[in-house]
Ligand binder design. Structure first.
Ligand code: CO8
Length: 373
């Protein structure tokens, strides 16, 4: 029987960063301009004055200190508040393709493999910059990979659901190895004019190489002991952007065509679901929570991760047990748990167990239990 393993991971981090103070300064300047422009209507009670944001609130409520972004200038311009990404010609690689290629090359290098060893590419992320041709097929061409490629989207759980799809392809013999790559440009769909969410996201791209165990060196990478996928419909995280938008002009440009959420409700509803999913999965694998050496959790909110790990372990987890990358990257959607996994795996010893667990819009939860080889 063929067994799939994770043999390498890669990360592309956009060089530009925005810290909370810079972001809040731009937001508050936008608020001043808005309130001045609508002073009359605000005075007559026809409009609500906008309230300023605060760095102290952001760090306390979320644990985020800064974020990496593909374009800083456009986001911080109070007249624009969106990344500035000039359109590229059809003969140039897309922005997501560039990020994906960088992350894939690093995953291959760490696995000691080259592109001829790969049979498939899955681009798994929250937002594709176009519907077709698939970004994954563009990546496949850029890396000169034979075989097949496809895009998939399960919001924050795209990468873990992608790992499950890669494991299926490897174990049923459809591919010797599969690259799962998550080029997340969350700043493209974040409403930087919304005080409740303007600080939440950042941009990054991760890649994971899933290979046949027989093609890897002994002791290399991670065994995949099991995957568990859960979805449950919720309107609490939503984005109504889509190809049918032009069918009703009245909706174009409305806030629901960008990311919107009921953050408090998400926190309350998702945290217990995630803990329950991990506990059920461990029990199904005849493992106990104390067997876990590390939890690489989705990086949306520090308080949420502390609550989830407390529910799983029955005590507070140390930073070593549940590492945090949120302070540096903010929420990078599906890339978050994989960034944590990528940056915090080298110290594990053979036999150490861990769980990679993502959660987010849908709702969707993807949990992958791994053992260091
Ligand atoms: N500055 C100052 N004060 C603020 C700000 C601000 N920026 N924002 C809100 N406040 C105020 C509020 O007005 C409120 O005031 P009052 O008490 O007077 O009413 C107070 O602060 C508290 O507000 P909240 O209740 O909203 O604050 P929370 O403590 O709940 O924190 C969070 C807000 C940080 C959003 C938190 O609820 C959270 O992180 N929840 C979890 C959310 C989550 O995990 N979401 C996952 C979504 S990600 C995902 O699924 C991927 C989707 C695809 C990505 C697409 C890319 C864009």
């Amino acid at each position: 029987m063929i067994k799939a393993v994770i043999s390498g991971t890669g990360l592309y981090t956009p060089p530009a960063t925005i810290d909370n103070d810079e972001l809040v300064e731009a937001f508050n300047r936008f608020v001043e301009l808005y309130n001045a422009e609508h002073a009359g209507a605000i005075e007559r009670g026809e409009r609500e004055a906008l309230q300023p944001s605060s760095s102290a609130f952001i760090e306390k409520a979320s644990g985020i200190k800064r974020r990496h972004v593909v374009d800083k200038i456009g986001i911080l311009d109070p007249e624009r508040m969106a990344p500035h990404l000039p359109e590229r010609g059809n003969d140039e690689p897309s922005v997501q393709c560039d990020m994906a290629v960088a992350a894939c090359r690093q995953a291959l290098e760490r696995a000691g493999k080259s592109t001829v060893d790969v049979d498939a590419v899955i681009v798994a992320c929250s937002n594709m910059q176009r519907p077709y041709p698939a970004i994954s097929i563009e990546v496949q061409q850029a890396l000169a990979i034979e075989g097949f490629a496809y895009d998939m989207n399960v919001a924050c759980s795209s990468a873990t659901f992608g790992v499950q799809a890669a494991v299926n392809s490897v174990e049923n013999g459809a591919a010797r190895s599969v690259l799962v790559v998550s080029p997340e440009i969350c700043s493209g769909h974040l409403n930087f004019r919304d005080r409740d969410s303007h600080f939440i996201f950042g941009d990054a791209c991760t890649a994971i190489l899933v290979e046949r165990e027989e093609d890897t060196r002994p002791g290399q990478g991670f065994e995949i002991l099991g995957t568990r996928l859960v979805t449950k419909f919720s309107n609490n995280i939503r984005n109504n952007f889509g190809f049918l938008n032009r069918g009703d002009e009245s909706g174009i440009g409305k806030p629901d065509k960008l990311f919107i959420q009921q953050g408090r409700k998400v926190f309350k509803e998702v945290s217990p679901l995630v803990a329950e999913t991990i506990l059920q999965q461990l029990s199904g694998l005849s493992l106990a929570p104390d067997d876990l050496r590390r939890m690489w959790l989705h990086q949306a909110n520090l308080n949420m991760n502390q609550l989830i790990s407390r529910k799983v372990l029955g005590r507070d987890a140390s930073e070593d047990e549940a590492p945090v990358i949120l302070d540096e990257y903010a929420n990078t959607s599906s890339a978050g748990s994989i960034i944590a996994f990528h940056k915090h795996q080298d110290d594990l010893k053979a036999g150490d167990l861990g769980v990679i667990c993502s959660f987010g819009a849908g709702y969707s939860i993807g949990s992958v239990v791994v053992r260091r080889r």
